[in-house]
Ligand binder design. Structure first.
Ligand code: IMP
Length: 211
């Protein structure tokens, strides 16, 4: 199926594209479609914001659209930055400033209290307005120092997931405590919040489209 990946975030686009293509879909980005709208994300939940983005972009492109709204919810910060993850430090999408602010907010917090969840809501929207939203989560903790790797974006260098995806689809404990940035794309997609939300979407899509 032809699907528009409704995001201006290049890190997310890369992941959405590889997950959707692995599921057999043809993906078009906003850039490829020459669409330059950036709807205001004024929802209070990830699901509301994913819906806002999917609806606006689907109207603009006229075919099936998938939007993701995601963020990092830190337990010691009562769930912050949450839906404000992209603009935690003020300026939208400034990953370095966001990471610095988060490390500062957790300064002195012990390892066992640094637990957090990455959350993703993905909304699949059809031009007739029918839509399906799925959510995925990935538990882990926020490292006190940077663990840079070859991959990723956003909070990836400071987020350490509890599990690592295996080629057979199972998950093993992340005993070596690698950050999201230090996982290969396949390892991340198998356990990531976005990978899990997209897997649910893939499972529910046939019934949604034919039901
Ligand atoms: P939004 O969904 O466009 O509002 O932005 C979500 C923000 O959450 C991004 O700007 C990143 O800072 C962060 N984020 C979402 N998913 C990931 C991920 O997989 N790795 C690292 N950061 C992420």
């Amino acid at each position: 199926m032809l699907i528009c990946a409704a995001t201006n975030n290049q890190g997310k686009l890369k992941e959405l594209r590889r997950i959707l293509e692995a599921q057999g879909h043809e993906v078009k980005s906003l850039k490829e479609l020459d669409i330059h709208i950036d709807p205001e994300e004024n929802g209070e939940t990830f699901a509301e914001n994913a819906f806002i983005k999917a609806e606006a972009i689907c109207k603009a492109c006229g075919f099936a659209t998938v939007a993701d709204d995601s963020g990092l919810c830190v337990d010691a910060l009562s769930g912050a930055p949450g839906v404000y993850s992209a603009r935690y430090a003020g300026e939208h999408g400034n990953d370095d400033a966001n990471n610095e602010k988060l490390l500062g907010a957790l300064q002195g917090v012990a390892r066992e209290k640094r637990t957090a969840q990455f959350v993703s809501a993905v909304c699949f929207m059809l031009p007739d307005g029918r839509h399906l939203t799925c959510e995925g989560q990935c538990p882990g903790w926020v490292s006190p120092d940077y663990r840079p790797g070859d991959y990723g974006f956003g909070y990836d260098p400071i987020f350490v997931p509890d599990g690592v995806g295996m080629p057979d689809g199972t998950v093993r404990p992340n005993t070596e405590e690698r950050s999201y940035s230090q996982l290969t794309p396949d390892e991340k997609d198998a356990i990531s919040h976005r990978g899990r939300a997209m897997k649910k979407l893939q499972m529910m899509l046939p019934l949604f489209l034919n039901g």
